[in-house]
Design a protein around this ligand. Sequence first.
Ligand code: TXA
Ligand code: MG
Length: 330
Amino acid sequence: MPRIFNMRDAGERRAGLQAAAAALQAGRLVGVPTETVYGLAADATNARAVAAVFAAKGRPRFNPLIVHVPSQDAARRIAVFDEPARRLADVLWPGPLTLVLPLRPEARIADLATAGLPTVAVRVPAHPVALDLLRLAGLPLAAPSANRSGHVSATTAAHVLADLGERVAVILDAGPAPMGVESSVVSIRDDRAVLLRPGAVPRERIEGILGQALRPADEAPDRPTGPGMLASHYAPSVALRLGASAVRSGEALLAFGPSLPPGSEEAAAIRNLSAKGDLAEAAAGLFAALRDLDAIGHPVAVMPIPDHGLGEAINDRLRRAAVPRAPAAG
Ligand code: TXA
Ligand code: MG
């Protein structure tokens, strides 16, 4: 079983950071809190450690990972920044923005982490535990979300333990991840910015900083079939019915806002993402609510959620979760 440290206890926090840094340096895997979701971290320069991430997640090999670093300077030693990339990093880092930029081969990032692409995804996370660990370990960390491939992302240490158990050496438990949806992934090449994955930084914010509209993902130069881009990815095993205006017999309800739809009185279970209709609160609780409803086991009616701001990322994850799973989707 992994060693689990309570990062909200000062003494345990130090011991946890040291144990995690030592594990990473030895090529082992660590469950790390970030401001978005928990990450399954490995030394990004160690091919065997990165291979272990794919094995632990059961993730298709060709899906590249995000490389986490403690500062923009560290990111610039791994990727080539042009002016728009610099501007986004200046404003949004540390924070939930991932930039896909040309890779510097001398950075010695393992090929598996970039799936052999000439680009690399980098981000500086805003979570104090993640930043402290990055500084202490002194390594760039490849870290996908800490869930089995195809499962809902992990937003608590308990989710990491449930999905990955003894495959991780250490889990750093800092309580629920504050934002609850993954980073926004933006590719920048030749001054063209493409939104590869909507996420915790709203599109409007990114476009405001860039002074240009983000292009749709299908205009990306060499687009990987990334996991966040597979049609069915964040999938629970129960069926989801999106945009529901009423609850049907036998359904549970995933609600949003103060007023519940007709049929709610009979719902098998109700989880309200935000009774006050707040999108940030809804994003923070989304994956935990999906895991809950999955465990309860009834098909789920999902109320409509506004598509602006964080709503774009929430609706993106819900659409993927609603796609019926192909048996070998992974
Ligand atoms: O919030 C997050 O981003 C979390 C935390 C742990 O940082 N991480 C995360 O990683 O969600 P992951 O591996 O689940 O998603 C990485 C996304 C995928 O959609 C992948 O396809 C894309 O980034 N990506 C990575 N490298 C890329 C590249 N070179 N070109 C295009 N997309 C890339
Ligand atoms: Mg993921």
